[in-house]
Design a protein around this ligand. Structure first.
Ligand SMILES: [Zn+2]
Length: 329
């Protein structure tokens, strides 16, 4: 081999970012986990037709090869939420131009071979690769070959490809093979195995939650899942003292079979205004919604503080206990 050939061979892995120590991953999206976004699905580590996440919970589905970080609402997505490089590296591929439209409207055939929608692939040191999917049309700001720093914006969260709610799907590969960043190197199907390669600052090194609130608040009428998805906490039209009804709602993700949800609304004097309870869930649920409320009396709503308390009982344990309120004046 000539000297020049050797040099080329040595330079290639450096260019691709394959050499060096494998980096930790920072949070790849500009939102606050547990506040205005949450992990909706983990990687399916189960090689069988069933599905389980790295903790052997059900927060995944069959053949899901990435981690989904879901935004609270479409309004938040329309405002623009940046997708960030999970680590320093080199952009390997990028695709833009796919429409932002729910697959519920177009059908799966429309996203055949473009399931990822608008996406970016970045190569990192240590044979690590990250892929970002479902980004907003026209939002991708990086090009193949470009060097990029950890946490640098590469585009925005969208609704492109095989998706029906605004989220970032991030796939991680190590040495060309699918990997779970929560359990790198775990044996197929092994619970809590391998190594979590998220940086501590990402908020993803702890707090696996088998059930959490995604979105909660007050509305002026019955709430559907679609309506809840439209507005986040600070974007929702606010009920007033003349609202036709005062309704509290909670949209939760990742609840388990047997979980019992209860929602109680109290008025300014502390008296119970409305109370709702759902039967025990008959199976694990990717998402659920509960709402309860009351129609306005002729005199309208008295001014003051209206409170809601949402509890999820799993056996005799409250696994979620969330309070929220609204002031009517
Ligand atoms: Zn996904």
């Amino acid at each position: 081999m000539t000297k020049r050939g050797l040099l080329l061979v040595a330079a290639l892995p450096l260019l691709l970012g394959a050499a060096g120590d494998m980096p930790e991953l920072v949070l790849p999206i500009a939102c606050k986990l547990g506040v205005d976004c949450a992990v909706q699905n983990y990687v399916d580590i189960d090689p069988s037709p069933g599905a389980k996440d790295f903790h052997c919970g059900q927060r995944t589905y069959d053949k899901h090869r990435g981690t989904d970080i879901r935004l609270q609402s479409m309004a938040q997505q329309r405002q623009g939420v940046a997708v960030l490089a999970a680590a320093a590296g080199t952009v390997l591929r990028a695709r833009d131009g796919v429409a932002d439209i729910s697959v519920k409207e177009t059908g799966k055939a429309a996203v055949d071979k473009i399931e990822c929608g608008n996406g970016v692939v970045i190569g990192h040191a240590g044979g690590l690769e990250t892929q970002y999917c479902h980004m907003a049309k026209g939002s991708i700001t990086v090009k193949p070959g470009q060097r990029i720093a950890a946490g640098a914006p590469i585009g925005k969260v969208g609704l492109s490809g095989n998706t029906e709610y605004p989220h970032l799907h991030i796939s991680v590969r190590k040495d060309g093979r699918d990997a779970d960043p929560f359990a790198l190197g775990a044996k197929p199907g092994q619970c809590d195995g391998g190594r979590n390669i998220w940086a501590a600052s990402s908020g993803l090194t702890r707090g696996y939650q088998s059930g959490q609130v995604l979105n909660a608040g007050f509305a002026t009428g019955p709430m559907t899942m679609a309506a809840a998805q439209e507005y986040g906490e600070n974007q929702r039209p606010r009920p007033s003292r003349s609202a036709p009804a005062l309704v509290a709602f909670v949209q939760s993700i990742g609840l388990q079979r047997g979980d019992v949800q209860r929602l109680v609304v109290t008025g300014p004097g502390g008296a119970t205004l409305a109370e709702g309870k759902l039967p025990a869930l008959d199976r694990d649920k990717a998402q659920t919604i509960i709402f309860t409320g009351k129609k306005r009396q002729a005199a309208g709503w008295p001014a003051g503080r209206y409170s809601a308390r949402y509890r999820v009982m799993r056996g005799d344990q409250a696994v979620i206990d969330r309070r929220f309120h609204i002031m009517l004046d």
